[in-house]
Design a protein around this ligand. Structure first.
Ligand SMILES: *Cc1c(COP(=O)(O)O)cnc(C)c1O
Length: 237
């Protein structure tokens, strides 16, 4: 992966947009079908603000970190905030207060709790179900075995708007393995549309290292951090 450290955040987003457009075109799709989420974990509010006019949403992994950033956001136009990291049930209330969409719903108890709290707060957040398609023990996300029950539950909850699915591809350069995981999420979504009758338009898949493969497999939302902001320094947080 090429990292452009000598150019501005705006220019790096433009390069990503060009690559999104090229991969979409190569599969006969339009770039407008693919949302770009700028992943801003470990990044400062100043860096975020440089990217916000050019991305469709921002993605944060931790409730606490996002809460701090949102507090210091000030008067600038606020982006759409999406939670893409694992959510512990005890942070569900704070997550609903902060995020427009929770993309990492991975269990029935979490979905039920989010629904109850959303009802109490009079909100109707969007959610995605995160599926572990990489079959990787360290990854978060519901297993395929857990998916039917979670889907059945989430589709019936009144205070959450289930929009689709999210996955993290396997961490490997093996194109067939990565594309296979993304293709699997697409198939699971097709099955879920049939069983629920819901539109479920969102397939959030693809990060800096693999978003072009994800688009080839039908991604409608890519989550890009490193290729926009450079390498992360976790010691800074
Ligand atoms: C950090 C993260 C990303 C962005 O990864 P990059 O490789 O930096 O683009 C995307 N999705 C999730 C769930 C993440 O945790």
């Amino acid at each position: 992966m090429t990292e452009h450290t000598d150019i501005s955040i705006k220019e790096r987003v433009e390069l990503i947009r060009e690559r999104i457009a090229a991969s979409a075109a190569a599969s006969g799709r339009s770039a407008s079908e693919v949302m770009l989420v700028g992943v801003t974990k470990t990044r400062t509010v100043e860096e975020m603000m440089q990217a916000v006019p050019f991305v469709d949403a921002i993605g944060e992994n931790k409730v606490q970190e996002a809460a701090g950033k949102k507090e210091s956001w000030g008067a600038a136009a606020s982006p759409q905030w999406r939670l893409i990291g694992h959510l512990q049930t005890n942070k569900a209330r704070r997550a609903i207060e902060i995020f427009d969409s929770i993309d990492s719903v991975d269990s029935v108890p979490l979905a039920v709790r989010l629904d109850r709290i959303a009802g109490e707060l009079g909100r109707r957040p969007r959610i995605l179900i995160e599926v572990n398609t990489a079959h990787d023990g360290e990854k978060t996300g519901a297993s395929e075995e857990e998916l039917p029950a979670l889907l059945d539950c989430a589709a019936g909850l009144r205070n959450l708007e289930l929009e689709g699915f999210m996955t993290i591809g396997p961490l490997t350069d093996d194109e067939a393995a990565v594309r296979g995981a993304f293709a699997r999420l697409r198939e699971l979504a097709e099955g879920a549309r049939r069983t629920t009758g819901l539109a479920l338009p969102v397939l959030s898949m693809g990060m800096s290292g693999d978003f072009e493969w994800a688009i080839a497999e039908g991604s409608t939302m890519v989550r890009v951090g490193t290729s926009i902001f450079g390498k992360r320094d976790y010691r800074a947080v």
